[in-house]
Design a protein around this ligand. Structure first.
Ligand code: NDP
Length: 326
């Protein structure tokens, strides 16, 4: 038997709670992992609360990522005792995920836990931090350097945003953090933000173009915010779009793209090829200051995950929320 959060959708309605399951109930897969830590990402909060169409089949163990130790493996690549991390691949959406003591998955979805991190630190980074790194890599590949100009990070107090601020500042960029929480200004400054701006300036309908302000941007907010960010990019700047915290719509014009050569780079972490995952995790090991990671992270028990999902969507959590499982 093992404990897990289970989301059920029966005749009496939808419900998410802690439950005990038989190990036989785990889905097919060639590697079984004893999960020690998972996390609460935005998508997990949508899945648990039912406020977004994340869960594709029921019953579902949510949790889009986990860290743990292999207990059984028919995969050539992993042996019992190996420490591993998993991000995405539909876990917590169409496949049982990380918010439980056991997970059974395909070996090709796993990444060896980088030696630099404990399982708890790997989940403090989690899918949000790995996505932030993918966005930073996209900006670097575009040729943006610290001398190119300011980098804007929207949703800066959230999981993706806070790790993006920490990474970019460590890499020497001047980071402007956009937030709706002025009370988090000190937190964002400690992570390395050089300037804090009110997110209200981006959240209303956008003009086609505004003054050129950002050499690059990492946006986890979407909707009018993404449109305003695109309209205020410098000539040939790049926006790494990774989220939809304000909305999935994109009410913009083509003006920034055809008149200023702006690049809109889509960041998907879920089905990213393995080589990109290994690169992102090794860059996180090199470039993420562990002291900043500690500042960003809080830890909760598995039994607290359902209540914390409401807090995350209500903007009452900052940074990253690790779920301690074993
Ligand atoms: P969090 O909830 O931790 O952070 C989101 C932040 O967005 C909030 O902290 C808040 O920042 C800001 N925000 C929230 N609501 C609004 C609003 N209505 N208008 C403007 N800003 C708002 O979530 P995560 O960081 O975990 O995820 C952020 C987004 O990225 C989500 O949409 C998530 O689904 C997506 N994502 C995508 C991935 C991919 O593969 N592309 C992977 C991981 C996440 P503040 O209070 O500072 O303003």
């Amino acid at each position: 038997m093992f404990e897990a959060i289970l989301i059920e959708n029966g005749p009496e309605g939808r419900r998410a709670g802690l439950t005990r399951l038989e190990e036989d109930a785990l889905p097919p897969g060639d590697v079984t992992v004893a999960v020690s830590h998972s996390t609460l990402n935005y998508k997990d909060a949508l899945a648990i609360t039912g406020r977004g169409p994340v869960v594709r089949s029921y019953p579902m163990i949510p949790g889009i990522d986990f860290a743990g130790t292999v207990v059984d493996s028919a995969s050539e690549a992993f042996r019992p005792g190996d420490r591993v991390v998993l991000n995405g691949w539909g876990l917590g959406e169409s496949r049982w995920g990380g918010l439980g003591e056991k997970a059974r998955v395909q070996g090709e979805w796993l990444v060896p836990l980088p030696a630099a991190f404990t399982p708890a630190q790997a989940m403090a980074i989690g899918t949000a931090g790995y996505t932030a790194m993918l966005a930073v890599l996209a900006i670097e590949r575009h040729g943006v350097e610290p001398t190119s100009g300011d980098i804007l990070v929207t949703g800066a107090s959230g999981g993706v945003g806070s790790i993006a601020v920490a990474l970019l500042s460590t890499l020497g960029f001047r980071v402007v953090a956009s937030t709706g929480r002025p009370q988090e200004a000190d937190f964002l400054t400690r992570l390395g933000a050089a300037e804090i701006v009110d997110r209200a300036q981006f959240s209303a309908p956008s003009k086609p173009l505004g003054s050129q302000r950002w050499a690059a941007a990492i946006d986890s907010v979407g909707s009018h915010t993404l449109a305003n960010v695109c309209a205020t990019m410098c000539y040939r700047g790049i926006v790494a779009a990774c989220g939809l915290a304000q909305g999935m719509d994109f009410p913009a014009t083509v003006a920034p793209f055809i008149l200023r050569g702006v690049t809109l780079a889509g960041i998907d972490s879920v089905y990213r090829p393995q080589a990109d995952r290994i690169e992102a995790w090794s860059r996180l090991a090199r470039d993420l200051d562990p002291a900043k990671l500690a500042l960003i992270t809080r830890e909760i028990a598995l039994a607290e995950a359902v209540a914390a999902a409401d807090d995350l969507l209500a903007g009452r959590l900052r940074g990253r929320c690790v779920v301690r499982i074993a």
